[in-house]
Design a binder for this molecule. Structure first.
Ligand SMILES: Nc1ncnc2c1ncn2[C@@H]1O[C@H](COP(=O)(O)OP(=O)(O)OP(=O)(O)O)[C@@H](O)[C@H]1O
Ligand SMILES: [Mg+2]
Length: 262
């Protein structure tokens, strides 16, 4: 007799178990857009800070191998992951966010030359060697584009949720639409959309239309932080308590949707 068809959940679970590097992670959340420069890294950093301050253990994996920069967003200067006995220990940012990024492992001046195959081997190796320890959330800061690397990463990590970042600029929305279709085809649960640089582009109607047409939820908005051009990092921007409420709102919205879906 033919075996019953396993549910999608079980398939995902089985798939994940293969990768020992993330077996102790409760939720893997991917932050992506398709488009470059719309704020994926900024939103990944904000999300991790929000969840950490809400009392959860959080890690960030910078998967932008060609332009790694989560170290700058989180203000990690001159810190290096400890590599011993073939294991990699992530660097700690903000209060206790565990971070792994190629930017922490190579010099700032070193150019990154890597063909696709090498990048995918490196990803497998990092995934096996990094010791995140038990985590409630692992945030994946995805690279721009929806090419080979993006697709392989989604397959490899089988994220529990995808956070789609866009601005309300028509070019960003066009790419976000395409990404939505890819995610549907790959059966990656799309948790909702983050509107970055909210209020900066005067194209709010197109954004609302996009949400309606794709039946997507607005997770939260990130305003334009002009100070980001002068302060060193996001933790510095949030070091006094005046913006604490903003992070609390992000955490509430995310937790609400994550626990509702799972
Ligand atoms: N809400 C914001 N307010 C002010 N500056 C912002 C905001 N969001 C992003 N930026 C700035 O815009 C630039 C691009 O942001 P970021 O690196 O987060 O985008 P990205 O989508 O990760 O880019 P890439 O595709 O290269 O990975 C950075 O200099 C960042 O500081
Ligand atoms: Mg980025």
């Amino acid at each position: 007799m033919a075996e019953p068809c396993p549910t999608a959940e079980k398939v995902r679970e089985k798939h994940r178990k293969k990768h020992t590097g993330i077996k102790d992670v409760r939720f893997v959340l991917a932050v992506g857009s398709g488009k470059g420069g719309v704020g994926k890294t900024t939103v990944s950093a904000l999300t991790s800070m929000a969840l950490e301050r809400a009392g959860y253990s959080v890690g960030i994996f910078d998967l932008d191998f060609y332009g790694p920069n989560i170290n700058l967003a989180l203000g990690l200067k001159d810190k290096k992951p400890i590599i011993e006995f073939g294991e990699i220990k992530p660097v700690i940012a903000d209060q206790n966010i565990r971070v792994l990024s190629l930017a922490l492992m190579i010099s700032e001046k070193e150019p990154i030359f890597m063909r696709g195959l090498m990048a995918s081997k490196l990803l497998q190796e990092l995934l096996q060697k990094v010791k995140w320890g038990p985590l409630d959330f692992l945030i994946l800061d995805l690279p721009p584009g929806t090419g080979d690397i993006f697709l392989s990463m989604l397959e490899l990590f089988a994220p529990d949720g995808f956070i789609l970042v866009t601005t309300s600029h028509k070019m960003a929305i066009a790419d976000a639409k395409r990404t939505t279709v890819i995610l549907k085809e790959m059966e990656v649960p799309l948790l909702g959309v983050v509107k970055n640089m909210a209020g900066f582009f005067e194209n709010e109607e197109a954004f609302e239309e996009f949400l309606k047409e794709q039946r997507l939820k607005l997770l939260f908005e990130v305003p334009m932080f002009k100070e980001l051009s002068t302060v060193e990092s996001l933790p510095e921007l949030f070091k006094d308590n005046s913006r604490e409420e903003f992070l609390e709102t992000i955490a509430d919205k995310l937790l609400d949707v994550v626990f509702r879906v799972h």
